[in-house]
Design a protein around this ligand. Structure first.
Ligand code: ADP
Ligand code: MG
Length: 396
């Protein structure tokens, strides 16, 4: 367990400069924030610090600037949307490593908020350079990490800094992620189901291996299923298959026994095109020239029935190409089942960037227990890996 922000006494916050690593790695289109989910997710921590009278200095990366400042990746466009969400002004610190920036943070009024420019503009960020971390640390009197989505990388603003600036505690978003991806799944209410899909098996093998001994069943969908079909000796036509993983898929099937559940049928088409006429077939009947783009309604119904009576459900990876109707229906049925399970008291957790986009698209994002904001970080955490940005924080 890591020390949380709420564990700090009021005197440790009042008038102090709280340096908060957030994950404001938002999509930008022509200098406009496309999706503000990540900004919203950081609000509870910022507001709490504001109310406790801290001077709040926010640090984040954005995109992948190559080795120096690049206006295309400036965090400046985030200021206005953040001001609107917080209902208060947000100052911008354009050169966080300057003496002027340090002076600025010391003169900020109690309870005010400032956002520093992209951490990746500074050489050494991605190398976890302690000298750079010392530069960032000069902007605060304590460190709060709320950037779960960046915690799987040991960078100067996520890892090295947490050793230099104390106390170093977890923000509310970070705590929520650790709770629902961690303890909720370690001591799950049963039955505990995992629903796994998405494009590739290769990215999710460690996840399957880690989950198998913990869950009651893993329900498989997505293109991932096709690699398993091939391992079972079935024809998969032109479906997305990872030929170099077929053998491994076969070994997983053997090891997992009944725990690994595969679709009984699929929705197929000769090509991926919106509105194209699709066919529903049994999994043994995928003809050459066709590809699998979704699980069939029968399988989706079976999966939904199991989900609504489960105690805990972890979902990672869409069941089909949900971005292109009519191949969205399997994923949509799983999303509704997740929402229904939640009303029955199940703990329902969604991890993975595309899966989060799917539950948002189907309007159930606020009807499940938790939607993780960290794509790669959630996956690594669910695989049982240690996240360096978390490990470096103070123990509770
Ligand atoms: P997440 O980001 O939730 O971890 P992934 O990145 O693993 O999910 O996979 C998401 C992608 O998988 C989606 O863009 C979806 O279109 C694709 N996908 C799902 N099923 C299929 C399929 N049968 N054929 C091709 N692509 C698929
Ligand atoms: Mg993805």
């Amino acid at each position: 367990m890591k020390r949380g922000l709420a564990a700090l006494p009021a005197a440790r916050l009042d008038g102090q400069r709280a340096l908060v690593r957030v994950d404001f790695n938002v999509p930008l289109k022509d200098g406009v924030v496309g999706d503000d989910t990540r900004l919203r997710a950081a609000i509870p921590t910022i507001r709490y610090l504001h109310e406790k009278g801290a001077r709040v200095v926010l640090l984040s990366h954005l995109g992948r600037p190559k080795g120096g400042p690049d206006p295309q990746f400036s965090l400046k466009p985030v200021v206005r949307p953040l001001e609107l969400l917080l209902g208060m002004p947000v100052a911008f610190i354009g050169e966080p490593l300057s003496e002027a920036a340090v002076t600025f943070t010391r003169r900020m009024p109690r309870g005010s908020v400032a956002l520093a420019e992209n951490t990746r503009f500074a050489p050494g960020e991605e190398e976890n350079d302690p000298t750079l971390a010392r530069g960032f640390a000069a902007l605060g009197d304590l460190f709060v990490n709320d950037a779960f989505g960046a915690a799987h990388r040991a960078h100067a603003s996520t890892e090295a800094i947490a050793h230099l600036l104390k106390p170093a505690v977890a923000g509310f978003l970070m705590e929520r992620e650790l709770c629902y991806l961690g303890s909720a799944l370690e001591q799950p209410k049963r039955p505990f189901l995992a629903v796994l899909g998405g494009a590739k098996v290769s990215g999710k093998i460690d996840l399957i291996e880690h989950l198998l001994p913990r869950v009651d069943a893993i329900l498989i969908g997505g293109a991932m299923a096709c690699t398993f079909f091939k391992a079972m000796g079935l024809g998969v036509g032109r479906s997305l298959v990872e030929d170099d993983r077929v053998e491994l898929a076969g070994r997983l099937l053997e090891k997992a026994g009944d725990k690994l559940v595969l679709p009984r049928g699929c929705v197929i088409a000769p090509e991926l095109r919106e509105g194209i006429t699709s066919l529903t077939v049994r999994r043994e009947k995928v003809p050459a020239g066709f590809a699998v783009y979704d699980i069939d309604p029968g399988t989706a119904g079976d999966y939904a029935e199991r989900i609504v009576v489960a105690g805990t459900v972890l979902w990672n990876g869409p069941m089909g190409v949900f971005e292109v109707p009519p191949f969205d229906s399997g994923t949509r049925m799983i999303a509704s089942a997740m929402a229904e399970a939640t009303t029955h008291g199940a703990v329902t957790v969604v991890g993975g960037g595309d899966s989060a986009a799917a539950v948002a698209r189907f309007g159930v994002a606020d009807q499940v227990t938790h939607v993780s904001t960290g794509g790669g970080a959630s996956l690594e955490f669910l695989e049982g890996k240690v996240l360096p940005g978390v490990a470096a924080l103070d123990d509770a």
